[in-house]
Design a protein around this ligand. Structure first.
Ligand SMILES: [Zn+2]
Length: 238
């Protein structure tokens, strides 16, 4: 009489292998990692954009400072000229006074602008620092999850690696004819062997006939489900 218990265990191992291989592909965890990664990349792009803006503001400040410094030099030389008595012409005096006023105004305006640029820089710097901390947290979260995923995959690979030997041991004990019949049916079913529970074929969930159950209990030959055609496996109680 064919030992279907062995076959049942082999089929269970094959099913376990399939499930583990599916799990190895990552599934939910990999999806989560992908979404964190996309989030980080988006954050980095925004960070770089703001950093560029920050550098632009810094550059504008520098240019304004250079303007102020050259205006101050002009003011100094103009002031000297106005008060050292070198100008005797009234018209020239007036024109230089106007020039002096306009330079002073320009410096005042530029200094206000520099202040505004400095405030803008502070604001952008605070924003960048906040973003950088957030990005570091996310990167840390990613690393943690990723190494967790890798460790999990390592375990799964180890479990998968143990299956072939266990399977071969079972197969060595199984008679060739039963195996051949099983393998022929494998073309039609993923799991050709179906357990019978409460007089029901668990492959198709249909009740089996009284005669099928009787033949199963006698256990002299393989019995097939008259509904789906699977091989039936009935475990003796006790
Ligand atoms: Zn069936």
């Amino acid at each position: 009489m064919p030992d279907l218990k062995l076959l049942w265990e082999i089929q269970a191992l094959d099913g376990r292998k399939r499930a583990l291989e599916k799990k190895l592909k990552g599934g939910k965890m990999a999806e989560e990692l992908k979404s964190i990664k996309a989030d980080i990349e988006e954050g980095r792009a925004l960070f770089n954009k703001i950093k560029e803006e920050y550098n632009g503001v810094k550059k504008s400040q520098k240019l304004k400072e250079m303007d102020v410094s050259s205006a101050n030099e002009q003011l100094a030389s103009l002031g000297k000229k106005l008060y050292d008595g070198s100008i005797t012409n009234v018209k020239e005096m007036n024109s230089n006074s106007k020039k002096l006023e306009s330079l002073k105004n320009m410096v005042k305006k530029a200094e206000d602008e520099i202040l505004a640029l400095m405030e803008k820089q502070d604001e952008l710097r605070a924003k960048l620092e906040g973003m950088s901390a957030g990005l570091n947290n996310k990167a840390e979260k990613y690393r943690r999850k990723h190494s967790g995923l890798l460790a999990g995959q390592q375990k799964i690979r180890q479990s998968i690696a143990q299956i072939p030997l266990a399977r071969q041991k079972l197969l060595d004990k199984l008679d060739v004819e039963t195996w051949q019949r099983y393998m022929d049916m494998k073309k039609r079913f993923n799991d050709p062997l179906a357990r019978v529970e409460k007089a029901t074929c668990m492959g198709c969930r249909m009740g089996i006939t009284f005669n099928e159950l009787r033949l199963l209990k006698i256990g002299e030959d393989i019995v097939y489900c008259s509904n789906c055609g699977r091989m039936l496996y009935w475990e003796k109680q006790g």
